[in-house]
Write a protein that binds this ligand. Structure first.
Ligand code: NAP
Length: 382
């Protein structure tokens, strides 16, 4: 659009007048902004002024339509591969936000998909031929490599974005880099919540991501942002972090949490009428972790190289705590056994009064005896 004043002041005045007559209902200021002048025909011939009032051509809900067009441009077609517990949980939010969800899984989830408004494919070739913008891997950690290798990549658009949500991160990153041709984009993510902890809201829940390989075209950068925006819009705390750093932190936090949850589950804790807040927290922990599959927990252990160290630390910590407790009991018992005798040092210890063996020596030597026996060669003189 060319503004009148920038073209020719005389023409501008004429145009304003002409438009006033032609489109009287438009406010003068607005009209002035929307005039379109045709270029001058000849330097001194009569100037032909073409005026087009854009307003007149716009439907009354122009802004709403613009808004809709913008929303449509940010909508994604997301193919969820692995439509189990977590895949379905994510799908509900994607659909609520207006994205299109395609689903594929080993089991048949067609009726569940239909009930939530997702399109279920029983053949992965058909899914890929629909050219989703994003392939989101929601399979178990253990099956990820096999599932990824079984996808007909040749049926996808060449720059499709691959995303995973596995609870370990270095493993899928390496698998993606090994299996996917370089023209595919890779985003590794871990929503650090699940169907239990994110049941009511995702507000302030951490979402970790690593843009492993994204092409530098605008559309590809925008697509990643659109995907991340899904979680941003729900209020997640977005944390950009390398996969290796994630695994280090997660072994010390998430793996320990799951391990404690599973240990407590084995104790079959009861709900009592006198639950303390702390105890309630433990019951919640059991509930939060026990609904996750054992495959998931095993994956946290097997596919995070830092997990083994954490199991060992846990073991050592438990042993150290037991020692501390039993050591304390030992002290108390000694006090009860020896009473004041040890305080003054003068009285004979109770142990010295223990029954003697056949040759008259006490079963345990008194402290003074043991000192003297050490002095004469470790008691061998007897
Ligand atoms: P899961 O037991 O880790 O995975 C179940 C999914 O894996 C199902 O879709 C299942 O397909 C598929 N699967 C398992 N074995 C398979 C095989 N041999 N071949 C093909 N597909 C197979 O449970 P989940 O909770 O749904 O977790 C899915 C992913 O999300 C995991 O990688 C997990 O680490 C991640 N994640 C989970 C949570 C959570 O709170 N649950 C949170 C963050 C991230 P079928 O159902 O069709 O058998």
């Amino acid at each position: 659009m060319i503004s009148i004043s920038s073209v020719n002041p005389t023409a501008a005045a004429a145009a304003t007048a002409a438009t006033s007559a032609a489109v009287p209902s438009i406010q003068p200021q607005r009209r002035q902004q929307l005039l379109f002048l045709s270029p001058p025909q000849h330097h001194h011939s009569r100037r032909c002024l073409t005026v087009r009032a854009i307003d007149a051509a716009q439907p009354y809900d122009y802004e709403a339509q613009l808004n809709q067009r913008f929303t449509q441009s940010t909508r994604l077609r997301i193919a969820i591969v692995g439509f189990g517990n977590f895949g379905q949980f994510l799908a509900k939010t994607f659909i609520r936000q207006g994205h299109t969800v395609y689903a594929f899984s080993r089991s048949n989830y067609s009726s569940i998909a239909q009930s939530m408004g997702a399109v279920y494919f029983s053949d992965v070739h058909d899914l890929c031929e629909n050219h989703p913008d994003v392939i989101l891997l929601c399979t178990s950690i253990l099956s990820t490599e096999q599932v990824l290798k079984s996808l007909p990549l040749q049926r996808l658009r060449r720059n499709t974005l691959f995303v995973d949500v596995l609870s370990v991160k270095e493993f899928p990153k390496n698998i993606f880099l090994q299996v996917l041709p370089t023209h595919f984009d890779i985003l590794c993510t871990h929503p650090m919540f699940g169907p239990e902890s994110g049941k009511y809201s995702w507000q302030d829940l951490p979402f970790v991501y690593d843009k492993v390989r994204i092409g530098d075209e605008d559309s590809r950068l925008k697509r990643v942002d659109n995907f991340l925006d899904i979680f941003k819009k729900e209020g997640c705390r977005m944390v950009e972090m390398s996969c290796s750093k994630h695994d280090r932190y997660a072994a010390g936090s998430q793996f320990i949490t799951h391990t404690m949850g599973r240990i407590l589950e084995k104790l079959e804790l009861e709900d009592t009428p006198i639950n303390t807040r702390g105890y309630e927290t433990l019951l919640d922990l059991v509930e939060n972790t026990s609904s996750d599959s054992f495959d998931l927990y095993y994956g946290l252990f097997m596919y995070n190289k830092n997990a083994m160290e954490q199991i060992e630390r846990l073991d050592l910590a438990f042993e150290a705590l037991k020692k501390e407790l039993f050591g304390h009991i030992h002290e108390v018992l000694r006090k009860q056994l020896f009473g004041k005798s040890e305080e003054g040092g003068a009285q004979k210890p109770i142990l010295a009064k223990l029954p003697k063996n056949n040759n008259g020596t006490p079963l345990l030597p008194s402290p003074s005896e043991s000192v003297s026996s050490r002095g004469d060669g470790g008691g061998n003189g007897r």
